[in-house]
Design a protein around this ligand. Structure first.
Ligand SMILES: [Zn+2]
Ligand SMILES: [Zn+2]
Length: 220
């Protein structure tokens, strides 16, 4: 839906590492896997589909395996799934390993030790440790199972939350499967995508360049 310069690509790659920390997912690995998901949603080639796994844990395990196979080039994907994806092997080496994940986790624990004022706050720590997969599981499982549909599509995608500020707009998943290249994931008047204003801001600041096709039909 947009392009950016190699410089900004590197900036956002590094920011992914800093903000995802212990649950870092490679933009390269996730990008290729996500293209597979769109191309083959709810078929046997879909990396994660609730239709093919009995429970959320099995689906997440399969997702992890496919993701690692792509990132470490154990599978050969057609060029169309890899084309133009950002790739920074040097950063992957630092970010995608257990020393880094444990280091970030220790940092989060240290932060809580210094700043938490009640004991129960420590119960939130596990969510910090696995924030990436936690978010992925909610969208990839529930937004293909529960919710309402704006558009008839070939897959099981649903709009999981009608007012989605928790998943930052990603749970308008049926809209997203219908218009994969559309920057605004919301479609109906009440579907407010909280990330869209930032995409527009980055576009205005020339950090990214939105494609014309990123904004098809806005009325419902
Ligand atoms: Zn999906
Ligand atoms: Zn997508």
């Amino acid at each position: 839906m947009f392009t950016m310069s190699k410089f900004w690509e590197k900036v956002f790659y590094a920011l992914s590492f800093i903000f995802q920390g212990s649950s870092y997912l490679s933009p390269y690995g996730y990008g290729a896997m996500h293209r597979l998901h769109h191309a083959h949603a709810d078929t046997e080639r879909d990396p994660h589909s609730p239709k093919y796994d009995d429970n959320i844990w099995k689906m997440m395990w399969k997702t992890k395996t496919v993701y690692n196979d792509i990132l470490y080039k154990k599978v050969k994907l057609e060029e169309k799934y890899l084309k133009d994806l950002p790739h920074w092997p040097w950063l992957e080496k630092i970010a995608d390993n257990w020393a880094s994940r444990l280091g970030w986790s220790a940092f989060y624990i240290g932060f809580y030790v210094i700043f938490a004022t009640e004991w129960w706050m420590f119960l939130l720590l596990p969510i910090h440790f696995v924030m990436g997969p936690f978010h992925g599981a909610i969208i990839n499982w529930f937004a293909h199972k529960i919710g309402y549909v704006n558009f008839k599509v070939k897959d099981t995608s649903k709009n999981f939350l009608p007012l989605d500020f928790l998943m930052l707009g990603e749970s308008y998943h049926n809209n997203h499967h219908k218009f994969g290249g559309r920057a605004n994931f919301g479609y109906r008047w009440f579907e407010i995508d909280p990330v869209y204003p930032f995409i527009k801001l980055f576009n205005a600041l020339r950090i990214i360049r939105l494609r014309k096709s990123a904004n098809p039909t806005t009325a419902f």
